[in-house]
Design a binder for this molecule. Structure first.
Ligand code: 1HN
Length: 350
C-alpha cells in the first residue's frame, strides 16, 4: 500500500480541499451520549414587554411593520431567531381599525389571546373572533389576515413552528392578492360545528392533517376546568392537564405542535421530569416557579418562558390561595412521529 502523497502537504488540509473531513475528530460532538440543546431556559416578563408593544403601536404603522410583533428570542438561538429549538413565540399588538395583510406559509401557527377584545382573524375565508384565553389555529398553508374592530389595543401570543420548517427546508410563503380575504363561510363556523370531539359532524367533510377547529374558546376551557374542579387527581408533574385535540383523531391540533393547558392548584409542587420535546409556556394567570436544570424561573401573569428539550424541570404554584394556569406548546408530535420521543422522571431539584 502506497499513499503517494506530497510529503510537504498536511493530509488534513489536503482532505479539506476535497470537501472531506475526518470523522474521528468530530465523533464526540456529533454523537453525544444525550441531547444538549443550544437553547437555554429563559423567561420574558410581560410587564416589561408591554410598554414597548404600546410604544411601537404608537410609532410604527402596521403597513410598515406588516406584523407588529416582538419576537421572544432565546439567548442560545439568536440567529436565526427561535424561542426553543423547533418553535417560536412572539407577542403581537394590533390597534382598532388596523388590518394585518393576508398571507400564508407552510409553517403551522396559532394565537393565544392575552389582552383585548374585538379582533378577528380570517382563516381560509372564515372569520374567527378572539377573546382573552382563546386558542386560534392557523395551520400551514391556510390564508390568514387579522382585523381589529373593537376598542383598545389587542395583544396575543403567536406560536409558530418555523424553526423546524426552516431546518427541514420546507418553508414556502405567499402574499394574498388583496389586503384581506372576503368571508366565504359563516363567522366562527368551524368552532361552532365541533364540541371538542364529543359531538362531531357526521356529514361528509374534508379531513386533513390539522384540527378543523378554528378557535378553542376560553369559555370552553374554563368549563372543562370547572367540571373537573378538584375531583380528579391530575398529573403529578403537570396538575390538571388538558390537551387541545383534533376532533377527527383525538391527537394534537397540528402535526408538529401539541397545545395544552394546565391548572396548578394552590400550593401545587410538581414532580420533575425531562423529555426530548422542547416546550414554550405562557402564564394565563397566577404566579409560581419552574425550576429548569436547577435554574429558578419565577413567573407571573402573562409571562412567557422556554424549557429546552431534555432539560429537567418542575412546576411550583407559589400561591397558597390562587390557582396558576399555564398554556404550553411543544414539538412532541413531530419528535414522536419520528420515533424519537423519550421522557423520564427525575429527582426533584428543590
Ligand atoms: C405570522 O404570519 C404572524 O400571521 C405572526 O400574525 C408572526 C412570525 C413569523 C412568521 C410569520 C401572523 C409570525 C408570522
Amino acid at each position: 500500500m502506497s499513499a503517494d502523497l506530497d510529503p510537504g502537504v498536511d493530509p488534513y488540509a489536503g482532505i479539506a480541499t476535497l470537501g472531506a473531513a475526518p470523522l474521528w475528530r468530530y465523533l464526540g460532538g456529533l454523537f453525544r451520549s444525550e441531547p444538549k440543546s443550544r437553547a437555554v431556559a429563559a423567561l420574558w416578563r410581560y410587564d416589561e414587554l408591554r410598554p414597548y408593544l404600546l410604544h411601537f403601536a404608537e410609532t410604527l404603522s402596521i403597513a410598515d411593520a406588516e406584523r407588529r410583533v416582538l419576537m421572544l428570542v432565546n439567548p442560545g438561538l439568536a440567529d436565526p431567531p427561535a424561542t426553543v429549538n423547533t418553535l417560536y413565540a412572539g407577542v403581537q399588538i394590533i390597534l382598532p381599525g388596523e388590518t394585518a395583510q393576508a398571507h400564508r406559509h407552510t409553517s403551522n401557527a396559532f394565537r393565544f389571546v392575552i389582552e383585548g377584545d374585538g379582533a378577528y382573524t380570517t382563516v381560509n375565508g372564515e372569520r374567527v373572533h378572539m377573546r382573552p384565553g382563546d386558542l386560534l389555529l392557523t395551520p400551514g398553508w391556510h390564508w390568514h389576515d387579522h382585523y381589529h374592530e373593537g376598542d383598545g389595543p389587542m395583544m396575543w401570543l403567536d406560536g409558530l413552528d418555523f424553526p423546524l420548517v426552516n431546518a427541514l427546508e420546507a418553508g414556502f410563503f405567499e402574499l394574498y392578492g388583496d389586503r384581506s380575504q372576503k368571508p366565504s363561510v359563516p363567522d366562527d363556523i368551524s368552532a361552532r360545528q365541533f364540541t371538542h370531539g364529543r359531538l362531531n359532524p357526521a356529514w361528509d367533510m374534508e379531513r386533513g392533517v390539522n384540527s378543523p377547529v378554528g378557535n378553542y374558546p376560553w369559555t370552553e376551557t374554563e368549563r372543562a376546568f370547572d367540571a373537573v374542579a378538584d375531583a380528579a387527581e391530575g398529573s403529578a408533574i403537570d396538575g390538571i392537564l388538558f390537551e387541545y385535540t383534533n376532533p377527527w383523531t383525538g391527537g394534537p391540533v397540528m402535526p408538529t405542535v401539541s397545545c395544552r393547558i394546565q391548572r396548578l392548584r394552590p400550593g401545587f409542587s410538581g414532580a420533575a421530569h425531562r423529555h426530548t420535546a422542547s416546550t414554550i409556556l405562557h402564564v394565563v394567570r397566577g404566579e409560581g416557579t419552574t425550576i429548569v436544570d436547577g435554574q429558578r424561573l419565577q413567573w407571573r401573569d402573562n409571562d412567557v418562558f422556554a424549557v429546552p428539550g431534555w432539560a429537567t424541570y418542575q412546576h411550583i404554584n407559589g400561591s397558597a390561595s390562587r390557582d396558576a394556569v399555564l398554556f404550553a406548546y411543544t414539538d412532541k408530535p413531530a419528535i414522536a412521529a419520528l420515533g424519537m420521543y423519550r421522557e423520564e422522571l427525575m429527582e426533584r431539584q428543590d
